[in-house]
Write a protein that binds this ligand. Structure first.
Ligand SMILES: Nc1ncnc2c1ncn2[C@@H]1O[C@H](COP(=O)(O)OP(=O)(O)OP(=O)(O)O)[C@@H](O)[C@H]1O
Length: 397
């Protein structure tokens, strides 16, 4: 069991919200202590642990409470309730240069920040050269920071945060500071800290970068901890949630029906024809579609499509395209569709199913979003699916 370096227990942060600015004053001077505010929980009973060496990704939409959580962890904000236990020096790139004094020179600010972090003068002197070289802002290092451009300011602040040898580093989307050279240096430093086994808390809206760097994730939703666990699982759940939010409610279950036939249900089966609830990446599966035909009709076509939950058309197959004759009888029928390798990337998808007349033009019955399924995928690629592939250097395969 790894050593826990941050333990967050039942953390709640409550703000008072006022409809009008004047209400704040009215409340402050009300002789009968009348309330003019509503309470709002930016964080609501959040608990999780971070272990030494974890790179914890923090996911959540705008306003979900990520910065509030990080500010409480770094100590610039107090919680309303709950506890945090922290072990080690925390350096944060959360509010770049928040601890800087604008009248001081760059060098003086390096000492100021180092002292705030608890380093002695001698320890800071040993780090100054690294910080100055990393920031690479030339002679400006001896000028007051109020004369800096915003880019220079960010470079120095970033350089201090990342070079002070923290035990725990908090990075908030800020790795994209400065020009390409500086970004590459930052990424190298980030990798170096990771390889040294430092603990990193990383907030980003770029889910692929979270998947690339983090081993664990938390997802905050409206101030509550919605999910905590392995990166791929939490990211895929979060992506599903984002996609679902995007699609309109009324796009659920598009149906066309007639009295000629009916689609009864779809079953998801593994290669041994046993029922399954979810699919593992690359798995061989079978789909059993049960349908009924009530009236004689010349030839029918069966179609099954896979749609992503944000309604992208992933793969549509039908018996006409595959030259497969559907030999139906009046009454209940079953047809099987065999997929060899389901190389879909992780997340939720739907099956649409349809019965068409012989030209696959007119639907006898169409059932949209008929069955939802989930694909479990390790982090093997980005996008929607992974084509079978291999790499080679300097020669054709
Ligand atoms: N001082 C404050 N008074 C009232 N509400 C606040 C205050 N500070 C933050 N909030 C609210 O708390 C919620 C959480 O804010 P927070 O900045 O933590 O979100 P976030 O997840 O970091 O968002 P983003 O991704 O946009 O940075 C938001 O609804 C925000 O409006």
């Amino acid at each position: 069991m790894n050593e826990v370096v941050i333990s967050v227990k039942n953390l709640t942060k409550t703000y008072k919200i006022y409809d009008k600015p004047i209400d704040r004053l009215k409340e402050a001077i009300s002789p009968i202590k009348r309330s003019y505010s509503k309470e709002f929980n930016a964080l609501n009973d959040v608990s999780f642990d971070v272990c030494k060496g974890d790179i914890l990704g923090i996911l959540g939409k705008n306003g979900s409470g990520k910065s509030t959580l990080l500010k409480i962890i770094t100590g610039v904000l107090n919680a309303t309730a709950g506890d945090i236990i922290k072990k080690g020096k925390i350096s944060s790139i959360l509010e770049l240069g928040a601890g800087f004094n604008m009248e001081y020179t760059g060098i003086e600010n390096i000492f100021l920040n180092g002292t705030i972090l608890g380093y002695s003068d001698v320890e800071i002197k040993n780090k100054v050269n690294d910080i100055v070289n990393f920031a690479a802002i030339g002679d400006f290092i001896n000028q007051p920071v109020k004369t800096y451009s915003s880019g220079m300011f960010a470079r120095l602040a970033f350089s201090v945060a990342i070079n002070v040898d923290p035990d725990i580093l908090i990075v908030d989307e800020a790795l994209a500071v400065g020009d390409l050279d500086f970004q590459l240096k930052c990424m190298d430093k980030f990798n170096e800290l990771r390889d040294l086994g430092k603990t990193i808390l990383y907030v980003s809206h770029d889910i692929n970068s979270i998947k690339r760097y983090c081993n664990r994730c938390i997802w905050l939703r409206d101030g509550r901890l919605e999910s905590v666990g392995g990166t791929v699982t939490v990211c895929d759940k979060y992506l599903d949630y984002l996609k679902r939010k995007e699609i309109e409610e009324n796009s659920n279950g598009y149906v066309i029906s007639s009295d000629i036939g009916e689609i009864n249900n779809i079953e998801l089966l593994n290669s041994k024809y046993e029922k399954i609830q979810s699919i593992n990446f690359g798995e061989e599966i079978n789909i059993k579609l049960n349908f009924s035909i009530y009236k004689e009709i010349k030839n029918i076509v069966i179609g099954i499509a896979i749609m992503s939950i944000d309604n992208k058309y992933i793969c549509g197959l039908n018996t006409l395209l595959d030259n497969f004759d559907v030999e139906y009888k009046i009454g209940m029928n079953s047809i099987f569709l065999h997929y060899k390798n389901v190389n879909l990337l992780g997340g939720s998808y739907y099956f649409d199913a349809a019965i068409y007349e012989r030209n696959a033009q007119v639907p006898i019955e169409y059932r949209g979003k008929m069955k939802e399924f989930f694909v479990n995928t390790p982090y093997v690629g980005e996008g929607i699916f992974v084509l079978e592939h291999n790499w080679s250097m300097g020669r054709e395969v």
